[in-house]
Write a protein that binds this ligand. Structure first.
Ligand SMILES: [Fe+2]
Ligand SMILES: [Fe+2]
Length: 311
């Protein structure tokens, strides 16, 4: 959520669309002569209509408030998502999920990562009661960047797999985090590379591959999570025949094998933002089947996924 380049004397720019969540915090703007001016004190509410009348072009928060601001935002988004679920507002649920993942991927601080298990719990608890929620979520597009939409789709597809396997709540939470954070390392990579639709150059692909090791290091430093979450970030592009990256190992954790397969299915099925047409589940799985037969993916996981997705 922060613009890391433009920092003005201890202030960080915030998205205008988010400031309704910032009642607790002081907000600043920059005057014509470049000075930071207090727009409102911490605790003052932003009244409806005020933004249209007195509209500085950009708002800022204090650097020291950054972590608490983001936590507040994510808690509000979790509540908004829970409300949308109870009123079956699929579009709002997807938007909230995308916003939550966007915050986590753009700026993976400790505090932000800590709110993700709650997000997963809210979604999975409700999806268990109404499984059609997941189908609806994967069939709707949001206007989020490609990597955000991808992570949310991988999460919902993973939830379908977990329900099919009748996993326990602990397993559900663990797989949910593995899915949501498998590409967290992309937050350290140039956005132009991440969002590029054409073929990457050799140099760009080399850079992209580092999202695995970078994501692993980031999650590992957040010791609260099960170690499979970090291992999935590291190994989701490894293949069982040793032809994957970053290390070419054949010894891949089970969670990374599952998320890796779902990860390769997702862009085939949901390629609405790329140059390729989206495929039906059957056709997408036919493409992956070739790799399964070559020994790149776990056969049983593939069979289970076929049972989940081809109805
Ligand atoms: Fe990845
Ligand atoms: Fe991915």
């Amino acid at each position: 959520m922060v613009d890391k380049i433009k920092k003005t004397s201890g202030l960080i720019p915030v998205k205008k669309s988010h400031i309704e969540f910032y009642n607790k915090f002081p907000l600043y703007y920059i005057s014509k002569d470049g000075e930071a001016v207090l727009f409102k004190k911490g605790g003052d509410e932003i009244k409806e209509g005020i933004l249209e009348k007195e509209m500085p072009s950009r708002f800022f928060i204090r650097e020291e408030d950054e972590n608490s601001v983001t936590n507040t935002l994510l808690s509000v988004l979790n509540i908004k998502m829970a409300k949308a679920i109870s009123s079956k507002g699929i579009k709002t649920i997807k938007q909230c999920l995308c916003q939550i993942v966007e915050e986590a991927l753009e700026n993976p601080l400790e505090g932000i990562l800590s709110t993700l298990p709650e997000t997963i719990e809210i979604l999975f608890y409700n999806a268990k009661k109404t499984p059609e929620l997941l189908d609806a979520l994967t069939s709707i597009n949001s206007n989020s960047p490609k990597i955000i939409e991808h992570s949310v789709n991988v999460l919902t597809l993973t939830a379908q797999y977990c329900f099919f396997k009748k996993y326990s709540d602990d397993e559900l939470r663990k797989f949910g985090l593995c899915a949501l954070l498998h590409d967290v390392g992309t937050s350290y990579i140039d956005k132009k590379i991440i969002e590029k639709n054409d073929q990457l150059t050799e140099e760009e692909f080399k850079e992209l591959k580092t999202h695995t090791t970078r994501g692993y290091k980031k999650i590992k430093s957040h010791s609260v999570f099960d170690k499979s979450v970090a291992m999935t970030a590291l190994e989701h592009h490894e293949l069982l025949d040793g032809s994957g990256y970053p290390s070419g190992t054949k010894n891949i954790s089970f969670e990374a094998q599952v998320i890796g397969l779902i990860d390769s299915y997702e862009p085939l099925k949901y390629s609405n933002k790329s140059f390729r047409e989206a495929l039906t589940p059957y056709n997408a799985l036919q493409i992956i089947k070739k790799d399964v037969l070559q020994g790149k993916y776990n056969k049983q996981v593939f069979i289970d996924l076929c049972s989940c997705w081809i109805k």
